[in-house]
Design a protein around this ligand. Sequence first.
Ligand code: PEP
Ligand code: MN
Length: 261
Amino acid sequence: MARPVAVAAGVVIGGRDVVLMAGPCSVESYEQTHAVAAAVAGVGGRVLRGGAFKPRTSPYSFQGLGREGLEILRAVADEFGLLVISEVLGVEHLPLVAEYADILQIGSRNMQHYPLLWAVGELDRPVLLKRGFMSTIDEWLKAADHILSRGNEQIILCERGIRTFETATRNALDVNAIALARQIAPYPVVADPSHATGRADLVLPAARAAVAAGADGLLVEFHPDPAAALSDGEQALPLSALPRFYDEVGRVAQALGRGLG
Ligand code: PEP
Ligand code: MN
């Protein structure tokens, strides 16, 4: 049975309720982040996501706003009473990200970056560990062990889709992994239907499936103007989609005796 992770302000991941963590892929500006946070808080979401240090496939793509992005994220989240999750790209960024984020996100590409796992393992802070897109469930759980081995038990697993032979979608949401990880690992399991599908029109169905499979939370990308997003615009939902998203996913959670918070 999963060990719930109490983040802050009464937000518990792995408890009765499914927790919505929503926000832009990248923090791009104060206005953009503010608009998303207002919408997330408006439907009852509790956690704002946003990358300030971005792991981009090309070095010529937008790399994130760095410290300025974290400042924006924190200020906006505080205004709306939201918590913050943001990615730590390298050990050298950890002190800075830890100053601003309530949950430290380890990205898919860094799942086996052991010095980074050890470094977050030394902290007293929730860590969301994304599954590597080419990693087995066993490798994912052993990566979590690396964090645990340094003393930090506040681990949240995140299934974000794996690479398969299929090219119609960016990745494939491994629903099996959600259900299995919840059975065999002592950690809550969250799903990221945005990176798992790579297509805005598939994010809601994938989110419903993830919650039906037992996900304890969802990490989802929203943007005020997806067509203008500096990263992952194809998979971002517009803010107008948030109420329906919340309602439909909430109904699946309810069918399982859970709420969506
Ligand atoms: C993200 O959450 O924006 C991200 C980069 O995710 P992943 O590490 O799963 O690719
Ligand atoms: Mn993204």
